[in-house]
Write a protein that binds this ligand. Structure first.
Ligand SMILES: [Zn+2]
Length: 233
């Protein structure tokens, strides 16, 4: 009896240990798989977050669908969807949202009368020089501005740095219709060089696409600011 019991116990303990380590191992494998999956998801989530910020805040998406710019719209149907695979089921609703929502923001329509008038002249002059100025973002709603700021905070990691790129709605010239973002690069260069003739100036060093009516037409633009600054908050 004495001799029998201990080995049995150790045997039982061993099997128990084995099954426990087995469970732990399986758990660890499943856990790491889940973690990996979550990280992947996060990566994709982040990538998705970055996109709107990049497209509207930093270099304007050059290939972005030109919804209804007041300029000659080159190819309105050149939208991202592949012409080869445009199922009739998804296209109509997409077309509608592209035409209604961004069209106002991507046109001079919502801009203040002053900026609108000046920009109209500049756009015509640029066109005569063979340069097409596209409005990537003009007037924005406060909600949109807030959304952009939230995205920028995620992207840059702090409110302070984010506001160098996206001001809070109450400080944003875009919300007042007093600022416009343009593209592509050739248009930015042209307007940076010639905008003063029309009283339209690039304002910030870090945003070559952002212009405001900062001077009287025909007079020199004020010195550029390094970046936007949110007064307090
Ligand atoms: Zn801007």
């Amino acid at each position: 009896m004495r001799n029998d019991l201990p080995p049995r116990r150790t045997g039982a303990v061993r099997t128990r240990l084995l099954s426990v380590t087995g469970v732990v191992l399986v758990g660890a494998v499943i856990g790491s798989l889940l973690l990996w999956h979550a990280q992947l998801g996060e990566m994709f989530g982040l990538a998705a977050d970055k996109e709107p910020v990049v497209s509207s805040v930093s270099a304007p998406a050059v290939g972005a669908p030109v919804a209804e710019t007041t300029l000659a719209t080159p190819t309105p149907t050149r939208s991202p969807s592949n012409p080869s695979r445009t199922p009739t089921t998804t296209k109509p609703p997409k077309k509608k949202t592209v035409k209604t929502t961004p069209s106002r923001e991507e046109s001079i329509d919502g801009l203040s009368p002053k900026l609108k008038a000046r920009l109209t002249k500049a756009i015509a002059a640029a066109k005569a020089d063979g340069v097409t100025i596209r409005i990537t973002s003009g007037r924005r709603s406060a909600a949109k501005q807030q959304r952009l700021l939230n995205e920028a905070i995620k992207k840059y990691g702090s409110y302070k740095v984010a506001t160098r790129w996206v001001l809070p709605p109450k400080y944003s010239a875009h919300v007042l219709g007093k600022a416009v973002d343009i593209g592509p690069t050739a248009a930015m260069t042209w307007l940076n060089q010639n905008g003063w003739r029309y009283g339209v100036c690039r304002r910030y060093d870090n945003e070559p696409w952002h212009f405001e009516a900062l001077t009287a037409p025909g007079t020199k633009c004020p010195p550029r600011e390094p970046h936007a600054v949110a007064k307090a908050d």
